[in-house]
Design a protein around this ligand. Sequence first.
Ligand code: NAP
Length: 317
Amino acid sequence: MKEVEYGLIIIGAGPAGLTAAVYAGRGGLNTLVLERMSAGGHAAVTDAIENYPGFPEGISGAELAESMEKQAKKFGASFKTIMQVTELEHAGGFFKIRAGDETFTAKSVIVATGADPTKLGVPREDELTGRGVSYCAVCDGAFFKGAEVAVVGGGNSAVEEAIYLTRYAKKVYVIHRRDRFRADKILTDRMFSHPAIEAITENIVEEIIGENSVSAVRLKNVRTKEAGTLKIEGIFVYAGYHPNTEFLKGIVELDKSGCVVTDAEMATGVPGLFAAGDVRAKGLRQVITAAGDGATAAYWAGKHIEKIEDRQYGEFK
Ligand code: NAP
């Protein structure tokens, strides 16, 4: 085998990637984490994580991510900021990763690239992004002090972030396409009892209105087909996420939503290639499940490396 730079490369520094880095570093693997933005992924922009064990008062996503990164570095993992992984190649028993004009090689790879927010795909959404259209309440909520805003979606993110936005906005509308919310009951109860939140169910956003900034949205009732306009200054979209797996097409099995199919060891069909966290096909996407995936993937990546190193040694005997 050619000289390979790293034992393990972890692509992505969200909770899955960071936990994998803690386990791999502590396990003595020569580990590199390739991160596209600052560590923590989407968890880092979550205001309060209330269901990560060990923090009965909750912990901010940024604080948790920072501690995980510190812990990974303490155990020897290296970090490198890249633009984006554009290509992954598996040849001669090792992996070649291309990111822009840089190339990295490793004996094993864990893909922990997470998922990006899904857009609504309605007129003026792109033009008004950053001018009233946002995908991150924690990042942009403070710009809407005393304003009326809307959140789109009916999942945990939409409901949690609607509650968060009441710190700044005087009124938060939650626009959801069905009459039942997908979010946990504890959150929907909190939302329905909040005086500053109003749920607009069975409605979809057909258009975002505004020249230089958002001034309203055009809604359509999916049952009655009735159209309406809601005056707001900001719209926060929480319509789910899509996995970052473009560079894996044709290399590993992806499910119909583009998530990587793995077994219980987080292994893909390619020996030495693992996936962990939100990028993986699974039922429950939480910080704790991402962390669990990361630990499992790092353990089995270590086993894979042990196996190929034994084989290398055997060739010289
Ligand atoms: P999600 O659970 O997939 O919910 C997405 C929501 O957006 C759904 O209500 C969906 O409607 C709606 N939606 C999808 N496409 C839409 C469109 N084009 N127009 C309008 N609405 C649309 O996504 P999420 O809330 O971001 O959560 C992702 C994962 O993270 C979930 O597993 C969630 O449990 C987890 N999470 C957990 C916590 C927590 O436990 N504290 C916090 C945040 C996220 P339908 O319901 O009709 O499909």
